[in-house]
Write a protein that binds this ligand. Sequence first.
Ligand code: PHE
Ligand code: NA
Length: 441
Amino acid sequence: MAAIGSAVGLGNIWRFPYIAYDNGGGAFLLPYLIALLTAGIPLLILEYSIGHRYRSSAPLAYRRISRPAEAIGWWQVAICFVIAIYYAVIVAWAVRYTWFALGQQWGDDPDGFFFNDFLQVSDGPGMVSGFVSGVAWPLVAVWALVLAVLALGVRKGIEKANKIFIPLLVVLFVLLVIQALTLDGATAGLNALFTPDWGAMLDGGVWIAAYGQIFFSLSIGFAIMVTYASYLRRKVNLTGSAMVAGFANSSFELLAGIGVFAALGFMAATAGTAVDEVATAGIGLAFVAFPQIISTLPLGGALFGVLFFGCLVIAGLSSLISIVQVIVSAVQDRTGLGRVQTVLLVGGATALASVLLFPTPQGLYFLDTFDRFINQYGIALAGLVMVLVFGWILRRLPLFEKHANAISSVRLDWWWKIALGGITPVLLGFMMWDSLRAELT
Ligand code: PHE
Ligand code: NA
């Protein structure tokens, strides 16, 4: 449940729909499925096996495999630190917007409201800079909640929180999708998302997008699953659990695509334009397009808004908890400090960075830079180094295979080693090379 809670996050609700739409619509689903099966699930199983076999945080687990490999773990911890700093900000925006949605406080111009009134953005030379001022208090609240859950520990904090969050999220999200599907224009929206552009499948960029989405969405390469798996019972269906988490995340993603595009179809129908015109990307989708949709709903706009932003909050919180736990458990293993002290120390430092960095004039610029850097290099590099070091240099895949097979329902075999040792490094290498090239030209 906690693995699903980590995986299902902002990436499912706003990232997947526009990535799928931009990369061939219906035709994106095939590369996406192949990415899930050849890289997503095999890597998820690798992380599960490492964490479960060595029963410790990522740096310590890797160190137990081979001393120098500890560095990979600290790299992943550093990535988690950076992500936590800005992920919390987006969750805090969603908290604020759940409240705004009740009275549709963004007025007639959600775009101006978000960028001028809420963020107080002023355009600097070539960059977006802004005071992320409206978010200071919700940000403090988000951090207080996350640290409280972590201080309660894995069983009483993380597990309990996820046992509440996930069922709640599923119920709210199904309600949201049902409401979206009953809107005028919903079918046009779904057609825009699912009509396949088969030519897209010949485009290398589409495949890169599919693998990138799977990595971010499944939280692979961040050592989150290593950390979470270290707390599982000794006898547990390891490969089966990894597959459940992988397929649950993708199901949620598809459902989110359906809900978001049904709503965009309604928006296009109301404005009398094509769905293409309104399908904007990224932050704009959640904090500009959705407020517009909510305001124009004939009935139940407040409900729809609270459902949408409430889902973002819940999905984001359970992901944020997992990111910070990676740092906490790593520091705990290293220093021998107690849990509550470590949470106060590490969580406090992360929270402080988040609170100090974002409500500054450069806040949005930081967010944008961090997000780009993490997505293009951090994750792919960590994943690539992991498979190269554990698969090729140290040749430990047979050991993890044996470990997982002894307790699991689905047996690992040659397919797992080919996917991890062959397909994944080639594709990740290609991804890194491609984004470096794009950066340089
Ligand atoms: N998987 C999360 C999502 O889809 C994002 C995430 C990445 C969460 C890394 C935790 C760690 O939004
Ligand atoms: Na996800």
